[in-house]
Design a protein around this ligand. Structure first.
Ligand SMILES: NC(=O)c1ccc[n+]([C@@H]2O[C@H](COP(=O)([O-])OP(=O)(O)OC[C@H]3O[C@@H](n4cnc5c(N)ncnc54)[C@H](O)[C@@H]3O)[C@@H](O)[C@H]2O)c1
Length: 390
């Protein structure tokens, strides 16, 4: 009887486990067999900001796991991630999740859906909403079908944008010197000075992007009930960090740091044009640690919906971000003021993640300042590559 993985070596055990499709082999004891975790993971949107960071971190932490990913390279700058993925041993498939035939063949244990049109402005200002709905909803349907057919678990990156706009903007707030802030006493459940929790009411309009994500959550819950599909839904607030190709409608912290570094003009849009609107920020490495934890301890998360974000402690207004960027880059840039709000603008969004922190023990470790420092360092290290993207 072989009693430990040392007798055979993890590599050989994995090979055996794969070739006999997980069934036990006489002579190898149960606990050794079960401890060899065979994970085959498919990440959609793998060339994007979250998808690429996640793929590379998971491969670094679990070299034995098989990782592959699909992306249609719609997001500018995603092509820079392809050599990094290849070098790390992540298999890349150029394909579109709107087309079921584009998905790679073969067994999958876990599907992590990071492909989306993530802009809250998508479908406004004369744009058709077709792409954001097709990619985010039809694409998710194809992921669900794949997960159902291949008996894999599904991890879905939802968003704080599922919460409706008007009730958020109607919350009691105060205007401090450099930011707006939520008052402690609020008339709606799920709202407090700590931000927005999971039980905030969902009635109301939320942007086309937010609607696709909420519809996605509902579909996932139906698949879970009808087909016993194990699924994990996490609603993330703003995420930032290296390899985020910030643009005006998405990736504001990255955009702000980049504009300071390359001395490009900026605009405070809406809310009186003073830059007091407030967001919390989650470092992408904190997200990667959370997803890794979710993969390893699924029983804590399956069937539940949690908010996850930087929280009040990691919140910054735009004008506070300006000061931080000036300190980090040594540059000041002209900042115009646009008084009118854009569609779907929020005065304040801070994620109240206390529920996930209490239930699971996960909490973010990196400060908002560290997130901006890491962005700045990454941009400085890749000036030539990035100057044209920002
Ligand atoms: N970045 C944030 O602040 C944030 C916050 C909350 C939730 N999320 C969610 O996290 C996920 C990842 O977002 P991100 O910030 O990495 O965005 P991103 O734009 O950097 O990455 C998305 C990737 O999906 C790809 N993609 C788009 N449509 C596709 C299609 N039809 N087929 C295949 N690939 C397609 C893009 O090319 C891109 O590489 C999204 O689901 C988003 O809704 C992001």
């Amino acid at each position: 009887m072989l009693t430990s993985s040392k007798d055979l070596g993890v590599g050989l055990l994995l090979h055996l486990k794969k070739s006999c499709q997980g069934k036990t082999i006489e002579g190898i004891d149960q606990s050794t067999w079960q401890n060899v975790v065979l994970m085959r993971i498919l990440i959609t949107g793998v060339a994007g900001f979250v998808g690429s960071n996640l793929a590379l971190r998971l491969k670094e932490w679990h070299p034995d796991w098989e990782l592959c990913g699909i992306d249609n390279l719609r997001r500018r700058g995603g092509e820079f991630n392809l050599p990094r993925l290849r070098q790390a041993g992540v298999n890349f498939f150029h394909g579109d999740i709107r087309c079921p035939d584009d998905f790679p063949r073969g067994d999958i244990d876990i599907l992590i859906d990071c492909a989306a049109e993530p802009s809250v402005l998508a479908g406004y200002g004369g744009d058709s909403p077709r792409y954001v709905i097709d990619a985010n909803l039809v694409g998710l349907l194809n992921c669900l079908e794949l997960a159902r057919e291949r008996r894999s678990k599904l991890f879905f990156l939802s968003t704080s944008r599922v919460y409706p706009i008007q009730p958020l903007n109607d919350l009691a707030f105060r205007e401090d010197e450099t930011r707006y802030a939520l008052e402690a006493a609020q008339s709606l459940p799920g709202a407090s000075e700590w931000g927005i929790a999971e039980d905030f009411p969902l009635m109301g309009q939320r942007s086309i992007y937010g609607a696709t994500k909420l519809c996605g959550e509902l579909l996932i819950q139906e698949y879970a009930a009808a087909y016993q599909l194990d699924s994990t839904i996490t609603r993330f607030g703003v995420i930032a960090g290296p390899w985020q190709m910030g643009k005006v409608d998405q990736g504001v912290f990255s955009l702000w740091v980049g504009a300071h570094l390359w001395q490009r003009p900026l605009t405070y849009c809406g809310w009186g044009g003073a830059g007091k609107q407030l967001r919390d920020v989650l470092h992408v490495d904190d997200l990667c640690e959370l997803v890794d934890f979710q993969l390893r301890e699924p029983q804590l998360f399956v069937g539940k919906i949690f908010n996850a974000g930087g929280g009040l402690e990691r919140s910054l207004s735009l004008c506070e971000t300006t000061e931080l960027c000036a300190e980090l880059t040594g540059n000041r840039v002209p900042i115009a003021s646009q008084l009118e709000n854009r569609p779907a603008d929020l005065r304040i969004f801070v994620t109240d993640s206390r529920r996930i922190e209490t239930a699971t023990g996960w909490s973010p470790r990196r400060s908002a300042k560290q997130t901006c420092e890491d962005l700045c360092r990454w941009m400085r290290d890749h000036q030539d590559l990035l100057a044209n993207v920002f």
